[in-house]
Design a protein around this ligand. Structure first.
Ligand SMILES: [Fe+2]
Length: 282
C-alpha cells in the first residue's frame, strides 16, 4: 500500500488512500498527510466504521482530543467521542423551512469558546439513502480573493461570538447551568492567521457570531451579511456525499460547514465526532 492524495474539488478537500489509520503512521506518511491537510483543509479517508476507542486512537495521530460542551452527547465510555444522531424520528421533527434546523446553518465548530477546537474529525456510522450531505466553504480562499480595499476594511476587526445569536433563524441546543457558565460571550478576530501555515482566513460563524466590536447593530449586520454571502459562494464550496465509514478531518480555522437537512424521515443518520484542541485565534 502506498499513500495517495487526490483533490476532491477545486474549492477544497482531498481524498487520502493507501493508508491504515488504525496503525502507527510513518514519519514520511505523517508529513505528507499534514502537508495535504494544510493545503486542502479537509481530508477524506474511506474507512471501515471504527469503534469509539479506535476512533479516539486515530484522532491522536492529528492532535489532542477535547471534550465537547454538551454532556449528553458525549460517549459513555470514551467521552472525547460525541455521538451525533441527526435522524428525523418523526415527520414533526423535519421542518418545512430547512433554515429552522440548526444543522443547516453555516458554522465552524465551537467558536463560542475562547480557545475553539482547531480540527474536527467526523465519521459516518449510518447514513440515509439520499440527502444529508455535509457542505464546506473555504474561507481562506474567500479572504485571499477579496480586493485590497475589502481586506483593509475587515483586517483589524473583532467579533463577538456567543452560544446563540438572533442573527440566525434556528435556536441553539439547550444548555445546563454548568454548560451556560462555561460559555460566556467571547471576542475573536474577524480575520485569523493559521498558526501552522501562516495563511489568513475569514473567521466567521453564522450560527454564533453576533456582532462586530465597536459597531452599531445595523452596520454590523450589514457587514456580517456581506461576509456570509461572500464566503458561501459556489466557487468556494465542496459538498460531501457520505459513504458509510467515511472519516473526514477538517480545519475549523479556515472552513465553515453546514448540513443539507433534506433527508428522509425515519432513516438513521448517525456520526461520531472528535474535536482537537487548538490555540486562541490570532
Ligand atoms: Fe459542526
Amino acid at each position: 500500500m502506498s499513500l495517495e492524495i487526490q483533490p476532491l474539488d477545486q474549492a477544497l478537500g482531498a481524498e487520502v488512500s493507501g493508508i491504515d489509520l488504525t496503525q502507527p503512521l510513518g514519519i514520511e506518511d505523517g508529513q505528507a498527510i499534514n502537508d495535504a491537510f494544510l493545503e486542502h483543509h479537509l481530508l477524506c479517508f474511506r474507512s471501515a466504521t471504527l469503534a469509539p476507542e479506535e476512533f479516539a486512537a486515530v484522532a491522536r495521530h492529528f492532535g489532542e482530543p477535547q471534550l465537547q460542551l454538551i454532556r449528553n452527547k458525549r460517549h459513555g465510555e470514551v467521552p472525547e467521542v460525541s455521538v451525533l444522531d441527526s435522524t428525523y424520528k418523526s415527520a414533526a421533527d423535519k421542518p418545512a423551512d430547512f433554515k429552522l434546523n440548526r444543522k443547516a446553518g453555516w458554522h465552524t465548530d465551537d467558536s463560542y469558546f475562547e480557545v475553539p477546537a482547531k480540527v474536527t474529525l467526523l465519521q459516518s456510522i449510518e447514513i440515509p439513502d439520499s440527502g444529508g450531505h455535509t457542505q464546506f466553504c473555504n474561507t481562506r480562499k474567500a479572504y485571499e480573493e477579496l480586493t485590497g480595499e475589502e481586506k483593509k476594511r475587515i483586517d483589524s476587526l473583532k467579533a463577538v461570538h456567543a452560544y446563540d445569536t438572533m442573527r440566525t433563524p434556528a435556536r441553539a441546543a439547550k444548555r445546563t447551568q454548568e454548560e451556560i457558565d462555561e460559555t460566556p460571550e467571547v471576542v475573536h478576530p474577524l480575520v485569523r492567521t493559521n498558526e501552522d501555515s501562516g495563511a489568513k482566513a475569514i473567521y466567521f460563524n453564522p450560527n454564533r457570531t453576533d456582532r462586530i466590536v465597536g459597531m452599531g447593530r445595523e452596520e454590523s449586520d450589514s457587514l456580517l451579511d456581506w461576509i456570509h454571502e461572500t464566503i458561501t459562494q459556489d466557487k468556494y464550496r465542496y459538498d460531501h456525499e457520505w459513504r458509510t465509514g467515511d472519516l473526514l478531518i477538517w480545519d475549523n480555522r479556515c472552513l465553515v460547514h453546514s448540513v443539507n437537512v433534506d433527508f428522509p424521515v425515519g432513516q438513521t443518520r448517525m456520526h461520531q465526532r472528535i474535536l482537537l484542541t487548538g490555540a486562541r485565534p490570532q
